[in-house]
Design a protein around this ligand. Sequence first.
Ligand SMILES: *Cc1c(COP(=O)(O)O)cnc(C)c1O
Length: 390
Amino acid sequence: MDESSMQSLQAALEQRRREGLYRQRRVTDGAQGPELVVDGRRMLSFCSNDYLGLAADPRLGEAVNRGVARYGVGSGAAHLISGHSAAHHALEEELAEFTGRERALLFSTGYMANLGVLSALLGRSDTVLEDRLNHASLIDGGILSRARFKRYAHADTDALAGLLREGEARCLVATDGVFSMDGDIAPLAGLAEQCSAHNAWLMVDDAHGIGVVGPQGRGSIVAAELGESDVPILMGTLGKALGTAGAFVAGPEVLIETLIQQARPYIYTTAMPAAIAEATRASLRIVLDEEWRRERLQGLIVRFRRGAARIGLELMDSETPIQPILLGSAQRALQWSDRLYREGILVTAIRPPTVPDGAARLRVTLSASHTVSQVETLLSVLEETAAELA
Ligand SMILES: *Cc1c(COP(=O)(O)O)cnc(C)c1O
């Protein structure tokens, strides 16, 4: 790289910093949980996606150890070469059963699963319609597919209907189940109705719904009393409520076989370690058996919302553990997050382009592993912050 290209990168970084958009990593230590050591200091965290408090559960650790003893650490190859172990295979069968679907297929990450589905199913002559607030990986998958790409207004089934009436040969509609930055749930029944009326496929990315929403945490499609015929394509991730890593796609046999043949982010990548699949199997049993985790989480959500309303914070219409506090400008969101950080509370500021301009926020997430008193601590620091930075 020559001197002037380096300077142009440097100038872009500096501009980003001036606009309050500079992103920085924090180095954490200790097991994932409500209390983390961040940059050497003990902090109370309200920003992980470990909604059920399973990421550091000792039973998952034991399953990893058993998996390592049996399979070693690395999977050695892609699924289609020699990386598809008995543990992966069993997990796929259990995920199909859990979601009430014909089959499931593991991917190494949710990002790759979304790229894989959209690029395998769609081509230049097709159309993909997406909610404006979909996760970046669904957007990127739509772009990678080369299909005609349109977005509809957030959660607006009428807007979707208008686009569907334009009538395409093959059309896929993709939506988050629970929206990752707003915490609201997509109007799945209405979307499914429109898709069925216009013969379009519906795909739901339930990264934040699996484990948390619906009976036994079976996700937002089951919660909406819909099935595989209404929503043929489900993508779920394993690194959030399930506390491990990786992702899956679940749906009809023909979908899964098509992905195995054609999804490049499935074919050309090393399988996740088999020990992680073993840990996920252990996690899935806990998700099914320990209803108290979802009940406790719901209790904390209600408590947080009541407390935040009393302080006068601007919350969003969310009944999930994602409870954003809307603040407007990126600078204001950073100011709040810095103030909380000084008080020992870790809540990240979410800024454009992750959210629209003027909609920067603190994204508070709750977990079944938080205690009532930790939530009360958060509320009292938020109250002081609101008074000081009003
Ligand atoms: C986290 C997330 C993904 C990506 O999943 P990873 O396994 O972390 O790559 C995809 N979609 C949504 C909605 C997410 O929140």
